[in-house]
Design a protein around this ligand. Structure first.
Ligand SMILES: Nc1nc2c(ncn2[C@@H]2O[C@H](COP(=O)(O)OP(=O)(O)OP(=O)(O)O)[C@@H](O)[C@H]2O)c(=O)[nH]1
Ligand SMILES: [Mg+2]
Length: 323
């Protein structure tokens, strides 16, 4: 199972001690010549495609940057402690653990943030200053949360055909399975078109009326929707997990919007799949029209309706200044 929430203690390196020392001159005068200590290194989080998963980070719960070197006599400054650069997956949000305040969302390759600064190095006694010890580095408890960055999320009833659609559009290595809840964690697929444009799709595990009571696979993964540009709510004409297609769609929306009311603002559309099965869809169509939602009747199996769904998705995502 993908770990996507962890907490860590991070600490900047200690500043090096300032040095107290004297040059004993021939005339018996003592001239202070102790140098400053170097500053401690900082802990920096950097987003990278090459970052290991959170499960690896979790093994080292305490991350600390190098201390600065102590100053020494003859005015030799201590060198700066090395920063500790921690690679995290793109899509990581960093919070202060005590109050859950956001420190930063790292969303692009190479984007970084200093999470704990190193302590300042102490002063040496040169120039008649008082020698001081180095400061402690900043220490902070952080929480890291990973959210998938995709444009379009497929949210649907069990067995409605999300994996089949994802595979058809993106060739993602998933396939439709003839049993429900086959997809147990989010799956990503990339749809490329017009030579250089791309749309990232993500299939979330299925939800249904019982999910909010913890049945099926729960609803925790819905938090990945936070940065969705478009949500596709998907049901199918077999209506095995709801009394009717419309009720299925209503249930999906209710669960998603109850999970986080902010998700209401995300553009969305309804998809009723498996129209090849010969069920009379006149009533469904009527209800959908009456409800005012944007909807598509499709068959992933025969391809019917898939083109117009795709066209709609492209337009929506391009409008949002992406792809
Ligand atoms: N007849 C028909 N069957 C379909 C269609 N689309 C998908 N299926 C079948 O429906 C079953 C479920 O499809 P999936 O793509 O696995 O559905 P899912 O929504 O990903 O399901 P889970 O992730 O397991 O909850 C598979 O046996 C598919 O072959 C369709 O358009 N028509
Ligand atoms: Mg699936």
């Amino acid at each position: 199972m993908l770990i996507d929430k962890i907490h860590l203690t991070v600490q900047g390196g200690r500043g090096g001690k300032g040095c107290e020392s004297y040059n004993h001159r021939k005339d018996h005068k003592r001239v202070p010549n102790g140098a400053d200590g170097g500053g401690g290194g900082s802990v920096i989080f950097r987003a990278s495609h090459n970052a290991p998963g959170f499960d690896r980070l979790k093994l080292k719960q305490h991350l600390e940057a190098d201390s600065g070197e102590h100053g020494s006599s003859d005015n030799k400054r201590g060198s700066q402690g090395k920063d500790l650069i921690v690679l995290v997956p793109i899509g990581t949000s960093i919070y202060r653990r005590e109050n859950h305040l956001a420190i930063r969302d790292l969303q692009r390759e190479g984007e970084e943030v200093i999470v704990a600064r190193g302590g300042r190095g102490g002063s040496g006694n040169i120039g008649d200053k008082t020698a001081t010890p180095g400061e402690e580095g900043e220490r902070i408890e952080v929480e890291l949360e990973f959210r998938i960055l995709a444009d379009v999320f497929l949210v649907g009833l069990p067995g409605s055909g999300k994996s089949s659609l994802l595979h058809r559009l993106t060739r993602a290595p998933v396939e439709g399975k003839d049993y429900p809840f086959a997809t147990r964690s989010p799956v990503i697929g990339v749809y490329s078109y017009d030579d250089y444009k791309q749309i990232n799709f993500c299939e979330l595990p299925s939800i249904f009326e019982g999910s909010t009571d913890g049945r099926g696979l729960g609803t925790d993964f819905l938090r990945h929707l936070a940065r969705a540009k478009l949500i596709i709510f998907m049901v199918d004409t077999t209506a095995k997990f709801s009394a009717t297609e419309i009720e299925g769609l209503n249930a999906l929306r209710r669960i998603v919007y109850e999970h986080d009311p902010v998700f209401r603002q995300i553009p969305n559309a309804a998809v009723v799949n498996k129209i090849d099965l010969g069920k009379d869809i006149g009533k469904v169509q009527e209800d959908l029209q009456g409800s005012g939602q944007i909807y598509f009747l499709i068959s992933v199996k025969t391809g019917e309706g898939v083109e117009s769904l795709l066209k709609f998705i492209q337009e929506r995502i391009e409008e949002k200044g992406h792809a």
